[in-house]
Design a binder for this molecule. Structure first.
Ligand code: DX5
Ligand code: ZN
Length: 220
């Protein structure tokens, strides 16, 4: 059976002056999410976009919204993004010590919950009971904060290790990888067990976007 691979274009790399038509360019493509990088200039040095833009994107997007919180205070965003039509909400493991509480807060208010690890954070920090609670584990393949960075190769072994643990636990979470992904990395990541790939620069720097997405998942 062919595995379903989701591609999640990172809106950070889109043309912000025509966001609606940028989103509409993906309307005919299947198995896609729109990845929204929410940065607060504290957890990461950079600042992106916040509530007014996310709200408008939620009204016009024809694919599920995937919000990636890179913020010091995830609880504020979890509470205030309710009603914004977000499908998956991911927070960083490193941004809190209250993992169980945040997971339950998201589960109570959104269809899907994700937890993210910085490149140097080992997958061993995630206990089995957490892995059975979440829908997405996001492995960062660049240091969070900026689009257009270079993929960090040791992430391949993290994907393999997480995939093995998923099999052992018979858990259902998706393995999402984010940062610096082009077609060569995509094939290696999918082969090792990744099923959800975020790509910004690679997709938006070279239209037509559907051709780029086909190159990221050639066999699916
Ligand atoms: C980095 C962000 C990524 C980034 C991906 O902090 O979380 O989602 O925008 O963009 P590219 O594919 O350009 O690395
Ligand atoms: Zn991201």
């Amino acid at each position: 059976m062919m595995r379903k691979i989701i591609i999640a274009p990172s809106i950070l790399a889109a043309n912000f002056l025509k966001l609606e038509s940028e989103l509409n360019a993906f309307n005919k493509i299947e198995n896609m999410w729109f990845h929204l990088d929410i940065m607060d200039a504290h957890f990461v040095p950079n600042l992106t976009f916040g509530h007014p833009i996310v709200y408008q994107l939620g009204k016009c997007a024809r694919h599920p919204l995937d919000a990636h919180l890179m913020v010091d205070n995830p609880t504020f965003y979890i509470n205030t993004f309710v009603g914004y039509n977000i499908h998956n909400l991911t927070f960083h493991f490193e941004s809190t010590v209250h993992h169980d509480s945040l997971i339950h807060n998201i589960k109570n208010n959104y269809p899907s919950v994700g937890i993210s690890l910085n490149p140097c954070t080992s997958v061993d920090v995630l206990p089995d009971y957490l892995l059975t609670m979440v829908d997405v584990v996001l492995l960062m393949s660049v240091n969070p904060g900026f689009g257009g960075q270079k993929f960090i190769p040791y992430i391949y072994s993290k994907v393999e290790k997480l995939n093995l643990r998923r099999e052992q636990l018979n858990a259902k979470f998706q393995i999402q990888v984010d940062g610096g992904i082009e077609e060569s990395q995509a094939a290696d990541l999918i082969q090792r067990g990744a099923d959800n790939l975020v790509a910004g620069t690679y997709i938006f720097s070279s239209p037509p976007y559907d051709a780029r997405i086909s190159l990221l998942r050639p066999n699916s």
